[in-house]
Design a binder for this molecule. Sequence first.
Ligand code: AHR
Length: 503
Amino acid sequence: MANASKLFVNPHHKMGKINAEIQGHFAEHLGRCIYEGLYVGEDSDIPNTKGMRNDVVNALKEMKIPVLRWPGGCFADEYHWQDGIGPKEQRKKMVNTHWGGVIEDNSFGTHEFMELCRQLGCKAYINGNVGSGSVKEMSEWVEYLTFDGMSPMADLRAANGHPEPWVVDYFGVGNENWGCGGNMTPEYYGKLYRHYQTYIRNYNPEQKIYKVCCGASDDDYNWTRGVLSTTYYKAERQNGFMDGLSLHFYTMPGGWEDKKCATEFDESDWYKTLKRTMFMESLIAGHGAIMDEYDPDKKVGMIIDEWGTWWKVEDGTNPGFLYQQNTMRDALVAAINLNIFNKNCDRVKMANIAQTLNVLQAVILTDGAKMLLTPTYHVFNMQKHHQDAELLYSYVESKPVGLQDDYMIPNLQESASLGLDGKVHITLNNLSISDDYEIETQIADSQVKSVKATILTAPMTAHNTFDSPETVKPTEFTAFTITDNKVSFKIPGGSVMHLAVTI
Ligand code: AHR
């Protein structure tokens, strides 16, 4: 095929491990993410196990959810964990000031979160409270969660029905402390970070807690530099006392002031959105370059613990609940971001889409007992083969597409890995909404034995509803030819593909 775009993958050129946590999730006490979404309580008519919705848990397990971040978000810096333990009827209620001013009854707390992670088989990422908490409160939470033996907090945990300690994989020291988490300056937060993290004790040296320092949003490089220059002061600790530094970036093409509709948009909005999404590459490079100055060996992970689209809420819903629909455009946003994270796996060690259910770019929507999988869910399910795989050198010939000079993007984008199953996994996106492209995939120095491929494709505004939950869903793709080390096919406009190549 003379006009085909060449997609080149070298299975012998390995470029580092893609941490499974790159496909992580985030669940905040916000709108219907926890309550109604993940947790309905044991007395609900909706089938559940210890209060967790069975349908939701099964769907998240199917896409191999690797890690879940909780309880916020902005909520984290107002959350007092001791209010969420003990008999539910005695738990203190609070006003969720950030998200709709609703009453939070604390019926989902530490025990429920750790039970949810157990059911999901995923790692736990807990975000502590710096903004309105104390060092004592944070340190006692870690003791409550992880201390094995006799101690005031371990005894309290046992009295509340869980004598065994849990494993906490990741712990965040505050959230967005430049904004909702206390409106701090980078230097002030940097000092607090040094102080707070001291008391996140590793009670079990075999299960070290990965400490995440609060990083910047968007291109606030000043925050990154200010925090690192404070935490690395005197360089008495090689890693600035941290294992990871976070970054938040939402795809919001109209900005905060002009949130766009999730489902009604034109081709120009399509390209603006994908262009904005691709800014993630520059952010990883920009913040990564500052991190390199302090941490040239890349020991500290970039933890992109909030990302995704942020649209206008659906009509008739509480504006504080951030409930939005999810189209084929969101699928491309997810597919582009996940490919970018894969390609930057030397620095990006975890990423958490915001948010798992019923909030922002959710993978699942629920309505009472009904549940649907969004196009974004299907992208995660197609990408799961990259989890813990080896990133491979890959390259796709691309050309600019778009309607306006300022919003041109590459027509094709890819990443490839050598999976734990020994197969070469390629995820390829066609960012053009109108044009199909012939692709000639070449797997270097290999004989292609067989290919199994899946495609997600639909008109750009297509989405799943409770009346029609399978409008957008992946299908098996068989329209390819194999010759020696080449796989040739045509990728339709606006689509996401996964190829599993046996060599
Ligand atoms: O995900 C919604 C909110 O976005 C989070 O609470 C906050 O951290 C961010 O601003």
